[in-house]
Ligand binder design. Sequence first.
Ligand code: SF4
Ligand code: SF4
Length: 422
Amino acid sequence: MKREDFTTLTAACAKCGTCRTVCTLYPERKAEISVARGKITLVEAAFSDRDGNAEALQEALSDCILCGKCERECPNQVAVEEIIMKGRADLAEKLGIPAWKQVVFGKVMPSVTARNVTRTAATAAQKVFLRRVPTGSGLHYRFPEAFGLSGRTVPALPGKSFLGSLPPGEAVRGEVVLFVGCVFDHVFPQVGRAAYETLRLSGKGISVFRDAPCCGLPALVSGDRLSALRCVEENVRRLSDASPERIVFPCGSCLVMFRRNMLFLLPSGHPLHGEAVRVADRCVDYASFLLETDVLSRLPDRPKGEWAGQVGYHDPCHLSGTLGKGPEGREVLRRTVGDSYSELRGAELCCGYGGTFNIRDYPTSAKIGQNKVSVAAGGGAAVIATACSGCILQMRDMAARTDPSLRVVHIAELVSKAFSSR
Ligand code: SF4
Ligand code: SF4
C-alpha cells in the first residue's frame, strides 16, 4: 500500500471506539476487526511493518458493508470509506482481481451492448432454471439451495431495458439530464420510466443520458480502480461537454459516486479534477429535483390514503446519511400518498446490501436485511418506498423470504401513479 495516501487519513483516528457502537456489522461479527477502528489499526500496522500479511488485511477491508455509519458518527471525521476503498484498490493491484470481477467490471458494466446481451441471456436463463415466486412487488425467481446461494430471490428481468424502450429521437436534448443507472435501466425499467415521465412534469427539457458507462461504484468498491476510473472519466467528459443545468439521479448510490467518490479517483492535480467538481455540483437526487421544480404542487388535491398510514420511507445509507437527503424523500412521499404516509419503523436501519458484500457473505447480508424488513413490517408497514437501487434489490429479496405481501418500490413509481390516477 502507498504510505503517502494513507498516513494523513489514518492519523485522524483517535481510537475512541465510537465507530464500534454504530457499526452495522459488529453485532454479527462481535470482533474488533469488523469495525473501522480495527481496520485502521491493521492499515497502520501494515505501514509500520508490524504486520505485513496483505491477504489478512484484504480480508479485513473486504468485510464491510460500506454503510458509512462509522464515518458519520466519528468525532474526528475520519474518512473511513475512503480508507477502505483505497485500501481495497491497492491490495487488488498487489494481489490480483478475480477473473469474474474483471469481466463484470472491466467489460460488462462500461458497455451498453454487453449489458444488453447479459440482461437478455439472464432473462432467458432465469425462466428455465429458477423457481417462480410471486410477491407483492412483482414476480421474482428463487435460486435452488443447491446453488450455494441460500435461496436468494432475484426480480424477473424484463425483455427490454428502459433506454431500449425509448424511440431514437426521444429525450435526446434538454437542459436537465436524467442519469438512470444500470439497475433502473435493466432490472427495474419501470423505475427509469416513472422517473423520466415525472421529471418531464417540471416543464424542463429532459434528456436521458444514453450509451453511458456505469457510474463506476461497483468497480470502485470491489477494488477495481482502473475500471472505475474508465467509467468516471468518460462520464465526466461527456457530462462536462453537455453542460446541463442539472443531472438527476433516481439512485442514491450512483449519486454518491458522482457527488463524492469520483473525487477520490480524480483528486486535485488530476487533469479532469476541475470538470469533475463542476459536474458534481450539478448532480441532484430525484426527490430534491421534484421539490425544487415544484412538480408536486400539480397534484390537484391532497391524496386520499389508500394504505392508511402503511407507506413509509427507508433511508438509503448514502443518500440519507452521507448526503443528508432523507427529509426530501419523505416530503415527496408525504405529498404523494397523503394519509397513507407514516414514519417507517427502523427507517435508518441499513438494509445490509453493501454491493459486493451481498455476494461475498450473503447469509450475513440476508440476516441484516431480514431484520430490516421485519422491523418495518412489525411497525405496520405494507409498502416501503425508497430511492436507491441496491436497497430495493435487497429489501425485495428479504420481503420474499419474510413477508411476500410487503411491497418495496421507488418513490418515483408512487409519484407516477399519483399523477396518472388523477
Ligand atoms: S470513531 Fe473515528 S476516531 Fe473513533 S475509533 Fe472510530 S474511526 Fe477512530
Ligand atoms: S462502513 Fe458500516 S459496516 Fe463498514 S465498518 Fe463502518 S459501520 Fe461497520
